[in-house]
Design a protein around this ligand. Structure first.
Ligand code: ADP
Ligand code: MG
Length: 492
């Protein structure tokens, strides 16, 4: 039986056009109708503010003005509608009329007598909505990035059940994986360093009265690192008196580290200021003092020869004091104008041996036994032998002086991964941490006859050799000083 109403697609279109044209004269929506080969057969007049209908009618989607990347998307949606005979949707951009706009299109298969005859597409301009959505997405993304960068996370503690809720960032800071972490207050406390646990517990119980929570504490992460975090929160009682503590936590390790580094470099600066001042003073004063001292010494010696025995005792003391002044002056001069070092290839095994032999006499007087055990046949460094001897003498002397009741001074020497190591270990008084921190400061001495310059000069010489001086000490047990120098290739 023939359908008298729609003898052909043309007639169907005409009828459809009449129905739609009135409804879609203006407004945000427009409708197009397409043959199965995608050719656009008709479009409602409401398209005009958005696009020129001449660019659409008589053309397939493939040649509509649109963003290149949308053409394949159109093609696949089109195919989906033809094969699935179901509606489909896509948002695409068209570049007509200058500005690019966004269109949300709904494709509806048109079936006539059980046959697919065409596709009707309902279009809506969604530029404003799309731009708002994108702006929102972008700002959410930026916020997430910012949160990630700031390494800040959100947490919530149900005080009654002691259950914890963490955002992903908290897991990231803690270096644990949500599946392997029991989200309870107790499991959390376990991650806090034992020394800081009381702080956290106090802050939590305080928060129940003051309603605010704020503190810094350290944690051990799932990867075994120690990190500092700063947490702020609020306590809130829900209906029924259920207490919830919630807030944000931030990784402040880097901040802490840079604060520490800053403090350290300030101190270093202060110390090197002192050094520079000492150097300048030393250059001036030491020079002025040296000559009068020589004169004093000469006359003391002269008087000594002529003095009666009871006066000799005083003159001996004077001579001792003058010697000490001379020692200070020459150390100061060395500091202010260190002799230009004469670098050459040296075998430390021999050099240390020489110094040990030289120091033995003094050691014996103090009841100290110097035991020298090089662990290599030769260890070569590039250095100034006089300066390095000076370092060894200063440090061995300190070791001997630290053992007034005698003992063993162990001197060892070895080479390890490109570094020559000389170690001088005494069994003496050792130092408290406060003293250890000050050692090497100009004029820091605990000895009545000390200059407080020995360690400082030694550090400076070692540093000039590209090395390092390490001092470890335990009060009452002894001190170990290690000189690290860059090892040179042994001469062939
Ligand atoms: P001085 O020996 O003239 O006092 P130093 O710079 O050599 O100056 O040493 C500074 C201070 O460091 C000493 O007075 C002493 O308190 C401490 N010290 C140095 N070496 C040792 C050591 N081996 N054992 C204990 N204390 C030491
Ligand atoms: Mg000394």
């Amino acid at each position: 039986m023939e359908d008298s109403q729609f003898p052909s697609l043309d007639a169907r279109l005409r009828a459809m056009g009449e129905a739609l044209d009135g409804a879609f004269r203006e407004g945000p929506d427009w409708v197009s109708y397409h043959a199965l080969n995608a050719e656009c057969l008709y479009v409602t007049p409401s398209v005009r503010p958005w696009m020129n209908d001449e660019h659409l009618v008589g053309r397939s989607f493939a040649s509509w003005p649109m963003r290149e990347e949308d053409r394949p998307r159109w093609a696949s949606v089109w195919l989906q509608v033809l094969t699935g005979r179901a509606a489909a949707r896509l948002v695409w951009g068209h570049g007509a009329l200058g500005a690019s706009r966004w269109v949300d299109s709904l494709l509806l298969p048109d079936e006539y007598r059980g046959e697919l005859v065409g596709v009707m597409v309902w279009h809506r301009d969604v530029t404003d909505r799309q731009e708002r959505e994108w702006a929102l997405e972008a700002s959410i993304e930026r916020l997430q990035v910012a949160y990630g960068l700031a390494r800040t996370g959100y947490w919530e503690l149900d005080v009654t059940t002691r259950r914890l809720t963490w955002s992903q960032e908290v897991y990231d800071i803690w270096g644990v994986d949500p599946e392997h972490f029991a989200s309870t207050y107790d499991a959390f406390l376990e991650t806090v360093l034992p020394e800081d646990r009381p702080l956290v517990e106090q802050a939590v119980s305080r928060a129940m009265h003051t309603h605010t929570y704020e503190l810094e504490y350290r944690i051990r992460t799932g990867r075994g690192q120690i990190r500092s975090v700063r947490s702020v929160g609020r306590y809130h009682e829900r209906d029924g008196g259920r207490g919830v503590l919630f807030g944000a936590v931030k990784d402040v390790t880097a901040q802490k580290e840079s604060e520490l580094a800053l403090a350290a470099s300030r101190e270093l600066l202060a110390r090197s200021d002192k050094l520079a001042a000492v150097g300048q003073l030393a250059a001036g004063i030491a020079h002025e003092i040296r000559n009068p001292l020589t004169a004093l010494r000469g006359f003391i010696d002269l008087m000594y020869q002529r003095a009666r025995s009871h006066n000799r005792r005083y003159l001996e003391i004077m001579r001792g004091e003058v010697s000490r002044m001379e020692a200070i002056v020459s150390e100061l001069l060395r500091l202010a104008r260190p002799d230009r070092p004469q670098f050459q290839q040296l075998d430390l095994v021999d050099l240390v041996q020489e110094v040990v032999a030289f120091m033995n006499a003094q050691a014996l007087l103090h009841g100290v036994d110097i035991q020298y055990a090089p662990r290599a046949a030769s260890v070569t460094v590039a250095g100034d032998s006089n300066q390095l001897k000076q370092v060894l003498i200063n440090l061995m002397r300190n070791g001997i002086e630290a053992m007034p009741r005698g003992g063993v001074l162990r001197v060892s020497l070895w080479e390890d991964s490109g570094r020559a190591c000389v170690q001088i270990a005494d069994q003496g008084s050792g130092m408290r941490p406060e003293a250890l921190a000050r050692i090497g400061e100009p004029f820091y001495t605990t000895k009545e006859q000390g200059t407080g310059l020995g360690v400082m000069v030694s550090k400076r010489i070692v540093a000039d050799h590209g090395g390092e001086l390490l001092i470890e000490s335990e009060e009452g047990r002894g001190t170990t000083v290690t000189i690290l120098l860059p090892a040179a290739q042994s001469p062939a």
